[in-house]
Write a protein that binds this ligand. Structure first.
Ligand code: C6P
Length: 415
């Protein structure tokens, strides 16, 4: 497909979308920026920056604490985001949506609060071979403390989880299954609805790491029947330092607080403290108010663009990128699952990914190189690292063509 048609691919006016992202207009090392690192963090539309600016310029006050006008306004703006998150995830109630710093904190909250209360020696936690470290280490810490066992669902050479092996891992000792909805290193979309169903049949709970799914597809926690679902604001075009833990109310109600401090209490005496209702029981201390407001603006923005349109446009980008990269001799795509989101991880024979990334950077092309915080994935494929181009709805087919041309130059330089 030509670069020209990229502006209206899938009925999607990407050039108009790009107007909303000032950062994309710059040159890097004298070349137009091609930002292909959205899995690390997505760029922010003007609407997000404006919402945060308005908070600091006009409304700035602490929330849930003041009777004065500014505090009332700030509280209302922050809590409006909760209603938007409820809608974004199709949660049953706002009280099931807890603001945290991001996916990492969400998973740690569950591992520490739910895990410490419910996991006993000999119990088992199931994760998968394609998890980000954030969905491995919190469970390892818990297992070590509780003398529980971490079991791992293996994957095949495409980077797809082997469900027959998963079935065999499930048993009466399984307490929790924690899996990514979408792999950040490979792009694999896991069949999480089915995996949750299987966990429930075994009497276990299921936590879904939605960090790489929420930016790319419509998520419905009720349709999935997820017990917990986590995502990060900064990957859905929102600010850093804010994210969401969704949890079923009956589970959250039965869990002890994660941190103690302001806002999470009902009454405090030196003899006894009683806790606030959901979701505040899990939100100790002054939160990231501007971040929460920015996240609300980001969800509004994604809603206006439309997640279904985003998914179909990105699918087109991915297909184009897969074809363009596969045509480069010596390049191997790592992660070829049949169900894939917009991630192109690859290695080129004889050239270190860091060298690839450095040369691409000189051409204005931003990609991530390394293990992508998924070292077990690298071990599985027996490679130390990959180069990863991760796409978003503001990318163009022309940028992908620039990546492919850049990689051909990299090959010329190093061979
Ligand atoms: N992955 C990447 O470049 P935080 O850092 O808490 O916002 O998200 C952690 C996280 C958890 N799960 C998955 C599947 C993720 O992809 C990430 C973040 C980034 O791939 C930064 S390491």
């Amino acid at each position: 497909m030509s670069a020209l048609s990229s502006t209206v691919a899938a009925g999607f006016d990407v050039e108009k979308i790009r107007e909303d992202f000032p950062v994309l207009k710059q040159k890097v090392h004298g070349k137009p920026l091609a930002y292909l690192d959205s899995a690390a963090t997505a760029q922010k539309p003007v609407a997000v920056m404006e919402a945060m600016r308005k908070f600091y310029e006009v409304d700035c006050a602490n929330i849930h604490r003041g009777v004065h006008e500014l505090s009332q306004r700030s509280t209302a703006a922050y809590e409006q985001t909760r209603a938007k998150v409820k809608q974004f995830l199709n949660a049953k109630s706002k009280s099931e949506t807890i603001f945290v710093r991001g996916t990492t904190e969400a998973i740690n909250l569950v591992a520490q609060s739910w895990g410490r209360k419910n996991v006993k020696p000999g119990d088992e936690i199931v994760v998968s071979a394609l998890e980000h470290h954030s969905n491995i280490v919190p469970w390892q810490i818990l297992c070590e403390e509780k003398e529980a066992k971490l079991r791992v669902i293996p994957m095949n050479d495409r980077g797809e989880l082997i469900l027959e092996e998963y079935e065999k891992l499930l048993g009466p000792r399984t307490r929790m299954v924690a899996v990514a909805h979408v792999s950040n290193a490979l792009g694999t979309i896991n069949p999480v609805k089915q995996m949750i169903e299987m966990a429930h049949r075994a009497g276990a709970l299921a936590l879904i790491d939605g960090a790489q799914a929420a930016p790319h597809m419509k998520v419905d926690v009720q349709a999935l029947d997820a017990d917990f679902y986590a995502f990060s604001g900064h990957k859905v075009c929102g600010p850093t330092g804010i994210g969401v833990l969704y949890g079923k109310a009956k589970l959250l109600n039965a869990m002890p607080p994660y941190q103690g401090g302001g806002d999470m209490i009902r009454t405090v005496t030196f003899e006894k403290t009683t806790y606030n209702e959901l979701p505040y029981k899990f939100e100790a201390g002054t939160p990231n108010i501007a971040g929460g407001i920015g996240l609300g603006a980001a969800l509004d923005y994604l809603g206006r663009v439309g997640l279904e349109r985003i998914a179909s446009y990105e699918h087109e980008l991915l297909a184009h990128g897969t074809e363009a990269l596969a045509a480069i001799p010596g390049l191997r795509i790592v992660g070829t699952a049949r169900e894939k989101a917009a991630v192109l991880s690859f290695v080129i024979e004889g050239i270190h990914p860091h060298d690839i990334g450095t040369v691409l950077d000189r051409m204005g092309i931003a990609v991530r190189t390394g293990h992508h915080c998924a070292q077990p994935v690298m071990d599985r494929f027996q490679i130390p690292a990959t180069t990863r181009a991760s796409l978003a709805f503001y990318n163009t087919l022309a940028e992908i063509d620039a990546l492919a041309a850049g990689l051909r130059k990299v090959k010329e330089i190093f061979t």
